[in-house]
Design a protein around this ligand. Structure first.
Ligand SMILES: NC(=O)c1ccc[n+]([C@@H]2O[C@H](COP(=O)([O-])OP(=O)(O)OC[C@H]3O[C@@H](n4cnc5c(N)ncnc54)[C@H](OP(=O)(O)O)[C@@H]3O)[C@@H](O)[C@H]2O)c1
Length: 334
């Protein structure tokens, strides 16, 4: 390949992301300097957080500039190296962006180098940003115990599907909430969730009442809005509410009112806590080691939706918000 295909941020979205918010560009393939490596990306991740970065609305990262290559996590291979610690052929994971090639010395774009190659879908999903988000959010903040009732929203997505499995591993009863009957079947039949509710078709109030007769001990929330409110109304004593994400508000131009049932945190002596994955960077190796061993022993499974073709990146990002994915959404670049 003689050019570096790239998607750059063309517009800051107002409301839902449009494909035209990303613009295609071709650049020369970059040449690594001293201490640098050239990475060829193979699988590029689509993440809801991209929306906030495109809008320059996040305060935990520097704003994404217009015209800059769209930031994205990716898995790839080192194809040129001027750094003996990072040999040609090594599999790497990092924020290489929506492009075929990235150059880094490991500081400008920090990356994780796998000592042995792993399935790239697993490297990007379970062992990547979303698997580790589930690990720290569920195990450190949610802290499920044997016999607990755990509810996960956005349960068939990249983070939710792992978070629910981790709660099961701790001996909890796990209920997933997702947007289609097919996703609910995957949760129950493939991923070991005890129960699943389809928020588009089922009566969530009745379903949660029936499935959580003693209340919810841990609510792992990826969605916010009405689903958060319904779960707040059903907290058990000393419940933990993990605010991982709030995708129901990401496309809203006017934010909805806050949850009416938040005062149950007082009555139930409960705790609601948000977190950002990057705060846990010192413990990423711990998370990867644990997740890899659970995956190897078959107790935690990875699901992914792989879209084929670099030119599908803008469409795949739009479709992520429509629920097109089960598990980790990614584009295979070739
Ligand atoms: N705190 C952190 O550090 C951190 C890190 C990573 C991710 N996150 C957050 O975690 C959440 C999940 O991220 P992910 O990467 O794992 O994405 P994901 O769940 O794989 O994909 C997004 C899913 O959200 C669901 N969705 C979209 N609009 C919805 C709505 N209005 N109501 C309910 N569900 C809706 C869709 O599934 P359905 O078919 O079920 O609707 C879609 O498949 C996001 O909110 C993200 O921002 C937080």
């Amino acid at each position: 390949m003689h050019v570096n295909r790239q998607y750059v941020l063309a517009n800051r979205p107002v409301g839902p992301i449009q494909e035209t918010d990303l613009a295609y560009r071709e650049s020369p393939v970059p040449v690594p300097g001293p201490e640098e490596v050239l990475v060829k990306t193979a699988y590029i991740s689509l993440d809801p957080s991209m929306k906030g970065q495109m809008e320059a609305r996040t305060d935990y990262t520097a704003p994404q500039a217009l015209g800059e290559v769209m930031r994205a996590r990716a898995v790839g291979t080192i194809i040129q190296s001027s750094n003996p610690r990072h040999p040609v052929g090594a599999q790497v994971f990092g924020f290489f962006g929506m492009q075929d090639f990235a150059v880094t010395d490991g500081r400008r774009i920090p990356f994780h180098q796998y000592s042995v190659p792993v399935d790239p879908e697993v490297a990007l999903g379970l062992l990547g940003g979303t698997g580790m988000t589930a690990y720290f959010g569920m195990l450190d903040i949610g802290r499920p115990r044997r016999g607990d009732t755990v509810v996960v929203s956005g349960a068939a997505g990249a983070t939710g599907s792992i978070a629910g499995q981790l709660a099961r591993l701790r001996g909890a009863r796990v209920i997933g909430i997702a947007g289609t009957a097919e996703k609910c079947s995957v949760l129950r039949e493939e991923l070991g969730f005890d129960e699943a509710l389809n928020y588009r078709e089922d009566n969530l109030s009745e379903g949660l009442d029936a499935m959580c007769p003693h209340g919810i001990d841990v609510f792992f929330d990826n969605v916010g809005g009405e689903i958060l409110d319904l779960c707040l109304a059903r907290l058990a004593q000393r419940a933990r509410v993990v605010i991982c994400g709030g995708i129901s508000r990401y496309n809203a131009t006017t934010l909805p009112p806050g949850p009416v049932n938040y005062f149950n945190l007082v009555y139930r002596r409960a705790r609601m806590e948000g977190f950002i994955l990057s705060d846990y960077s010192a413990r990423f190796d711990e998370a990867r080691t644990a997740l890899q061993s659970w995956h190897a022993s078959g107790v935690v499974r990875q699901r992914s939706t792989v879209v084929r073709g670099f030119d599908k990146l803008p469409n795949a990002l739009v479709r992520l918000f429509d629920g097109a994915n089960t598990g980790k959404m990614m584009v295979r670049t070739d």
